[in-house]
Design a protein around this ligand. Structure first.
Ligand SMILES: [Zn+2]
Ligand SMILES: [Zn+2]
Length: 296
């Protein structure tokens, strides 16, 4: 038990040092996520102000501040309080368990010896695909949908909506990615700054109030004109679980026939059925998925 608490304190103190470095030195170790998030947010927000898609949408749109809070909570506070410890310890115990049942600790198909030029694109494609599969599951599985509903409770779209999601989603995504990318393939690229920076930029832009679809590249790259349909309240009959599940790439939706951009989605209604009864505050949304559903 002493060992367990020692491990936790080591993890926290190293994370604390990391966070301090992040705040005090923007260009430390190639870049600071804290300043990156602020910089990308400011770029996206400026675009919303200078070239808005929905011109009548307020600069401080509905739920703006709650989304800004979600952004920092999911990115830093949740990481600081729970996730770092959970993931470090779980990875350790997961590996011990795998050894116990005579499976390798990691790298069943070890790709870590390939040239970085091959590892980077393969990792990027696979990581995005794994997340696409998880996102589809968040919609198809009733239990997971309770958590994912929070992301879909946005009724006015703006850049900060990107990181409005329940912290359980982080656990689901990271577990899936850990199993496939770290355990199965032994990739060690999880902390590559440039990859993260790119995915945060595209993710923010997907939610930004601008009329952007990257022209011909829209078939590869997810974009605001496509992602808004993912948030549509009305879902087409042939796609009962939803559409446009892409994270950074739109490619998977075109490949697996879940892409849906019937017309310009500028003013479509967002949300889901009975959204009027969905809680609006951070804490109420935090506990909502754990509550028993009212049977009526
Ligand atoms: Zn979704
Ligand atoms: Zn979204």
């Amino acid at each position: 038990m002493g060992n367990f608490f020692h491990q936790i304190s080591v993890i926290y103190s190293s994370y604390w040092n990391y966070l301090l470095k992040e705040l005090t030195n923007p260009f430390n170790n190639g870049g600071s996520y804290f300043y990156l998030l602020i910089a990308i947010s400011l770029i996206a927000w400026s675009l919303e102000i200078i070239v808005p898609w929905r011109k009548n949408q307020a600069i401080f749109r509905k739920d703006f501040w709650i989304d800004v809070f979600y952004m920092f909570f999911n990115f830093f506070i949740f990481n600081l309080l729970i996730f770092i410890v959970l993931s470090s310890l779980t990875a350790k115990y997961f590996q011990t368990f795998m050894q116990f049942i005579h499976l390798p600790k990691s790298g069943i198909f070890d790709l870590s010896n390939l040239s970085l030029w091959i590892q980077f694109p393969v990792y990027f494609l696979l990581a995005d695909f794994v997340q696409w599969v998880i996102h589809v599951s968040l919609h198809k599985n009733k239990f997971l949908w309770k958590f994912h509903k929070i992301h879909h409770s946005v009724t006015e779209m703006g850049f900060a909506a990107h990181l409005r999601y329940h912290w359980i989603e982080t656990l689901v995504y990271k577990t899936g990615m850990y199993i496939v990318l770290a355990w199965l393939l032994n990739f060690k690229l999880e902390h590559v700054f440039i990859l993260h920076a790119f995915t945060i930029l595209i993710g923010h832009l997907n939610h930004t109030n601008i009329a952007l679809d990257y022209g011909i590249f829209k078939y590869v790259l997810n974009n605001p004109k496509m992602h808004i349909w993912h948030h549509a309240k009305k879902i087409p009959e042939n796609l009962p679980f939803g559409m446009n599940f892409g994270i950074t790439l739109s490619l998977w939706d075109y490949l697996f026939k879940t892409a849906y951009v019937p017309h310009d989605g500028k003013d479509i209604e967002l949300g889901f059925d009975k959204i009027e009864t969905f809680p609006r505050g951070f804490f109420a949304q935090f506990v909502n998925p754990f509550k028993k559903e009212k049977t009526k």
